[in-house]
Design a protein around this ligand. Structure first.
Ligand code: FAD
Length: 571
């Protein structure tokens, strides 16, 4: 039976206002498990562990999802290209996960038609594509009615008139799932919290303490907001630090200097207005250098990506270069020649780092996306590699190891993972699936439209916050007598919700990782910034000075998405 988490809605247990109490709780207890890293990998582990009854803590040195987990292509996909690399197991696992994640968060993991144009001398020929997509459907257990369809050249042109026609031979049309990576992470964190985990952002693991057996017994944590340091005691510690996995391993004096290490590759996405790239559906297309790119229309924009280049710079702020942008524009113009996209069309961007495991002699695109677990003498369990799509399975594998060790040493009960049956926060839909999301959108519209809120805003609320969207709508109604401007009431209501239920600490948390607005609506952000800063400063019990400080900090992020470095990308 699925576990419903309505009770979390009544408890503001994850409020940013409770930070001091959370730190006191973390410092005073001994946990079964401490997870370092609040990206999707750490979030999944915290949920799996807490739901199996382990006393679990998670620390994240930035905001939740501020690393790679807010900078991906935002697809829950089986990875068609891994089939070409014969990674059948990976395709099967991630393919099947799509259905599980859709069931547990239907508002966030949404089926989306993907068109794969077949071009002369392209990556996939017509027969190979037809067979490959069929195998893909079978491996991923795709249900009837959603299986792939092969299109002739004329049908492909009718489906997507923007594709260049001189080299077109046909197309494959198949189902993938789109998501919002940062929201998937925060909803997973909230679900872990609802199961008893304590999850704290802006808290950095800086040093390990060892017991008399040489095992890690505590982690020194630096509170990035207050500047204080405190220790968290835990019987087991997992390093889920994504691109920082090696950095955290370096803090462990017992970790061997092994030949297994990360190979970071950078992936850039650029955003253009939908009118400049009016794609009728998502596309996965060949480009001249033999790679394939995605073009994904959503919320009035189309985003394009990604690059894949070895990266050795600053991990926290991977930068988009002019070369990255011109590569993506050139590639899009090659396949969609009528677009004539230029640098001025780019209205936002993001760059992320893939935490892959190094393999001698392989190029970035050839490196496996499989995950691996390393365990040090001191007991630090590090997980690296993997994909957003497979996070639930990865988490179960890590927690299986933790549970076995805890049982052996402390007699802790050995419970199996059951996250397959746990709806994520916001995914609490009676009946489930896309139909239930439609019902939610219709009921939100009944209240929102008389207030003058647009259909697009209703969709934004429904797909972003799922079954918690009515909380925001109710707050808008509550604020309206004093705040007759509906847009302004809506912004205040969202901030109220994200502060009390989603642990928002600053404007970047809100505009990037809770609402995606810096990426998808940057051109409409300016009038929202000061009111948002003032509202959040109020909730944080700070004055106008805090609002000004937050605005200045956010301005750096606001500029960075269009500030492209001139240095050449490392090959
Ligand atoms: P992260 O999200 O980086 O999380 C690690 C966290 O650890 C960070 O937030 C960091 O701040 C924190 N941390 C580090 N050190 C410390 C410390 N000392 N103390 C406390 N916290 C610390 N996968 C898909 O399935 N679908 C896709 O469409 C897809 N597209 C991608 C596109 C690109 C360009 C990239 C780069 C990746 C893509 N992926 C995709 C892969 C997927 O995004 C990653 O596998 C996943 O997000 C990694 O999550 P993570 O939690 O391991 O790492």
């Amino acid at each position: 039976m699925p576990i419903l988490l309505r009770n979390l809605l009544d408890m503001k247990i994850f409020s940013a206002g409770l930070r001091a109490a959370m730190i006191a709780g973390l410092a005073g207890e001994t946990f079964d498990l401490l997870v370092i890293g609040g990206g999707i990998t750490g979030a999944g582990i915290a949920l799996d562990a807490a739901s199996r009854g382990l006393k679990t803590a998670l620390i994240e040195m930035q905001d939740f999802a501020a690393g790679t987990s807010s900078r991906s292509t935002k697809l829950i996909h089986g990875g068609l290209r891994y089939l070409k690399q014969m990674e059948v197991g990976l395709v099967m696992e991630t393919g099947r996960e799509r259905e599980v994640l859709h069931r547990n968060a239907p508002h966030l993991v949404v089926p989306e038609k993907m068109l794969l144009p077949l071009v002369k001398d392209g990556t996939y020929g017509p027969l190979a594509t037809s067979f490959g997509l069929w195998v893909y459907d079978v491996l991923a257990g795709v249900k009837d009615g959603e299986q792939r369809v092969m299109l002739t050249k004329d049908q492909a042109i009718a489906q997507e008139p923007l594709i260049r026609q001189d080299i077109l031979e046909g197309a494959g049309l198949y189902i993938e799932y789109r998501t919002d990576d940062a929201r998937l992470t925060i909803e997973t964190i909230k679900t872990a919290v609802a199961h008893g985990a304590v999850c704290l952002s802006y808290a950095k693991a800086v040093e390990f303490e060892y017991n008399e057996r040489g095992k890690i017994s505590a982690t020194q944590v630096h509170d990035q907001i207050s500047g204080q340091t405190f220790a968290i005691k835990a019987r087991k510690t997992v390093n889920a630090a994504g691109p920082w996995v090696d950095k955290v391993r370096e803090k462990d004096s017992t970790a061997p200097n092994s030949n297994k290490h990360l190979h970071l590759t950078k992936g850039v996405h650029i955003v253009v207005p939908f009118e400049r790239f009016p794609a009728r559906q998502a596309l996965y297309f060949d480009v001249p250098d033999g790679r394939m790119l995605f073009a994904i229309p959503r919320q009035g924009i189309t985003y394009l990506g990604t690059t894949d280049t070895t990266y050795q710079g600053d991990i926290q702020q991977p930068q988009t270069t002019e070369m990255d942008v011109s590569y993506l524009l050139r590639s899009a113009n090659w396949m969609f020649p009528s677009l004539h996209l230029g640098p001025k069309d780019v209205i936002s961007s993001w760059a992320g780092l893939r935490p892959l495991i190094h393999e001698q002699g392989k190029s970035p695109s050839e490196l496996s996306r499989k995950d691996e677990i390393f365990i040090s003498e001191g007991g630090l369990i590090s997980i690296a590699g993997g994909k957003l799509t497979g996070y639930r399975k990865m988490a179960a594998r890590v927690v299986d190891k933790v549970v076995r060790k805890l049982h052996k040493r402390y007699g802790t009960p050995e419970k199996e993972s059951f996250t397959q049956q746990i709806p994520l926060c916001g995914g609490d839909f009676a009946g489930g699936g896309s139909e239930a999301v439609k019902v939610l959108l219709a009921s939100l519209a009944v209240v929102a439209q008389p207030l003058g809120l647009s259909t697009q805003y209703v969709e934004f609320l429904g797909f972003n916050f799922g079954s918690n969207a009515p909380l925001i709508l109710n707050k808008i109604l509550e604020l309206r007598p004093a705040e007759p401007n509906t847009d302004s009431a809506a912004l205040k209501a969202e901030i109220w919700y994200c502060f009390h239920y989603e642990h928002v600490q600053n404007l970047a948390d809100f505009f990037i990782r809770r609402t995606g607005r810096l990426y998808f609506q940057r051109d409409r952000l300016t009038p929202m910034l000061r009111p948002a800063a003032e509202e959040l400063a109020n909730l944080l019990a700070g004055g106008p000075a805090l609002a000004d400080q937050m605005l200045a900090e956010f301005d750096r992020e606001y500029q960075a998405v269009l500030n492209f470095a001139q240095v050449p990308a490392l090959a």
